[in-house]
Design a protein around this ligand. Structure first.
Ligand code: KG4
Ligand code: ZN
Length: 342
């Protein structure tokens, strides 16, 4: 089955064409970073307006690149139906539902986080089920036991900020422009190890919950302690923050593997692009004989290829939505069912 997929849950407009036999045929992502940068964060109304303008031209280009021209070559459409910014989600949902109606093909609303979880299935050596997944994005930090597609048991999540937020908010305090996570990671490479030691939140307690909001306060105190910050000071703080977040994620992931008795780990979501996280996670995993899988870098952050994988599994199993255009700002991951089971 060949499908078109759309992603518009936040500030990336993306489309992909995926074939059940041949895999990913084409994909494109447009990031709205320049649009939101002067505001220091995503402005939902501007995001929606920009998706409306961008999505259809992107769809036309991916269809052309995949060699599909219109209805006769596309057998289904998947789109991100939540969670996310409701206005932004509705732009993708409306386009997907309208194209599906015009072409007479089924369409399905995909859970954005299921997309992130399944992104490593796009790789030539995909992870096996069951496995533990660490999902680390701008809005979520979760440990999940994945029994199969649509079988997700939440093991633990953050009580406050997500790991990506810890990076982004700390980056803002260091004067880096939005979205600061990747920039903070870049300057952290020049940082002197050990000059700033930040707390490893919740590591002293049992359980698989996270809490990252205290870290930005610790960074704030470090920044305020000096009247001016040199480039090196900034790099040192960034290094300390990155180590604290990464160590916390690694220790809790290993704990989740112990508790579930599983030996396969998936790390996905925007923060899984972080080099230091991959480095430390891979070392810890190999010491325990655990295999760890990551999406390729371009599929860590938001994209439509991952929505295509999740949507294809469901459309191919005969699932589809009613013609109403629906999106959900909130949508618990654990409420999903395996493909074809409604
Ligand atoms: O998955 P994603 O694209 O969007 C959400 O669904 O939230 O994740 C975006 C998050 C942002 O917080 C961004 O700063 C973070 O991922 N991120 C990184 C890196 N690349 C993206 N954080 C740390 N290091 C990176 N290399
Ligand atoms: Zn995402």
């Amino acid at each position: 089955m060949r499908i078109l997929a759309l992603e518009s849950s936040c500030d990336e407009s993306a489309a992909a064409v995926f074939d059940g036999e041949r895999g990913l045929l084409a994909h494109e992502v447009f990031s709205q970073v320049d649009l939101h940068q002067i505001y220091g964060g995503v402005v939902p109304e501007l995001a929606s307006r920009d998706h409306v303008q961008r999505l259809l031209p992107i769809v036309e280009r991916v269809l052309e690149r995949a060699g599909c021209f219109g209805a006769s070559n596309v057998e289904g459409i998947a789109y991100t139906a939540g969670p996310g910014l409701i206005g932004a989600l509705l732009t993708g949902a409306a386009l997907a539902r309208s194209l599906a109606s015009a072409w007479g093909v089924p369409s399905i609303g995909v859970h954005h986080l299921e997309g992130h979880l399944l992104a490593p299935l796009l790789e030539p050596d995909p992870p096996q089920f069951p496995h533990v997944a660490l999902l680390v994005s701008g809005g979520h930090t979760m440990l999940i036991e994945c029994g199969g597609i649509g079988e997700y048991t939440l093991l633990g999540e953050t009580r406050d900020d997500a790991a990506g937020e810890a990076f982004d908010k700390s980056a803002k305090l260091l004067g880096l422009s939005y979205p600061g996570g990747p920039q903070l990671a870049r300057i952290a490479e020049q940082g002197v190890p050990g000059r700033y030691e930040f707390p490893r939140p919740m590591l002293d307690r049992p359980g698989l919950e996270f809490s990252f909001s205290g870290l930005k306060t610790a960074v704030l105190h470090a920044v305020r302690a000096r009247s001016t910050l040199s480039e090196q000071d900034r790099a040192d703080v960034a290094h300390g923050l990155q180590e604290a977040v990464v160590d916390t994620l690694v220790v809790k992931s290993m704990r989740a593997l112990d508790e579930t008795n599983l030996d396969v780990l998936v790390v996905s979501g925007g923060v899984s692009a972080n080099r230091r996280l991959r480095e430390k996670m891979s070392v810890a995993a190999s010491q325990r004989g655990v295999r760890v899988y990551y999406p390729r870098l371009e599929f860590c952050t938001d994209n439509a290829a991952m929505i295509a994988v999740a949507g294809h599994a469901r459309l191919a199993a005969g699932e589809h939505d009613s013609p109403a255009i629906r999106a959900r700002a909130q949508w618990p991951l654990a409420s999903l069912r395996p493909p074809g089971i409604l």
